[in-house]
Write a protein that binds this ligand. Sequence first.
Ligand code: UD1
Length: 380
Amino acid sequence: MKNSYSICENLRHLRIINVVGARPNFMKMAPIIEAMNRHPERIQHLLVHTGQHYDEKMSQAFFNDLEMPKPDIDLEVGSGSHAEQTARIMVEFEKVCLKERPDLVIVVGDVNSTMACTITAKKLGIRVAHVEAGLRSRDMAMPEEINRLCTDVLCDYLFTTERFANENLRREGVPEDKIFFVGNVMIDTLLKHKEMAGRLDLMDRWGLEHGKYVTLTLHRPSNVDGRETLEGILQALTEIARDLPIVFPIHPRTRKMVEQFGLSPYLNNGNRVWGIWTTEPLGYLEFLHLNMNARMVLTDSGGLQEETTVLGVPCITLRENTERPITCEEGTNVIVGNRKESILAAARKVLHGGIARGRVPENWDGQAAERIVKILLSQK
Ligand code: UD1
């Protein structure tokens, strides 16, 4: 028979701190919060924003589009070197954990905030769950790979998006009972908002036609922090943009580097039917609207490889590797690196109809967040 203490324990809420920090975190956390809100009798949760991303267009715009609650706590750490940013997050997040004493911290993705909050919570003896665990590029030059490894080795719950990730974790010696293949929370958000995004009139306003333009994102240090590499990429893009205009919502880091290297003449010098056109970073719905109607997407982002797979839009990834192999095995993604000739060859292939439509990976069905919450409640 249970004693009164254990009855009280069972009735007590599970107190969770959800952490977001940078742009790609927001669409992953939104459905988790929504799923938690369906269990107010079991879960109390707080949202902490580290402030790693802080510009209106990199942060608040996503809260608006995704109808996310305002963060309960904003650590306002801002930009800095990796060490500075990580350290500031840890110092501030430790104060929050000591005050709130949560039962569990949930982190998503692979940004500095993900790793910093995991280390902080674990050192205070708080359980941590990682959503999007087990992805590996095997490229230690990527700061995200270091973040992923440090996070996963410490976490108590590892929620994965694809079976390759389960394999990676097993090979690293993670016990089977910590690994949960739940699907992809970012795709929960995409499926929920696809119809709404489809109704926007952005293409009309910008004079774009369905299937007759390309979208581009570019922000990885390996692509934008070296002049020669960045110029080679811009030259390839210029060639592609002779056939179809390229819409390029430019990341603050990339804008800074383009200006510093004197490469601005490559941009915004065409007309309505050709050229590379930069915009400010776009909100979630606007960018989804553009991607779902594009002829192809060129990117070095992680998440966009997954979104294009579900949208059935060809994706050319300007990186040497991917931590998301399912997008190549089953989706529409090809990895081409950042050399001018390979980017051009892949783009020409798509323009001539050469990349097959993929299929939607297992469990990318809009239910991932619900599965996560069910698992957490069953483990209490
Ligand atoms: C971060 C993530 C990366 C993710 C990307 C999405 C890490 C290590 N990197 O990279 O995984 O793909 O976010 O955008 O966590 N800046 C602004 N305004 C902002 C934020 C940044 O102007 O709101 C500028 C600052 O000059 C800053 C630079 O962008 O120094 C880089 O920002 P940072 O958060 O360090 O890395 P990202 O390149 O955005």
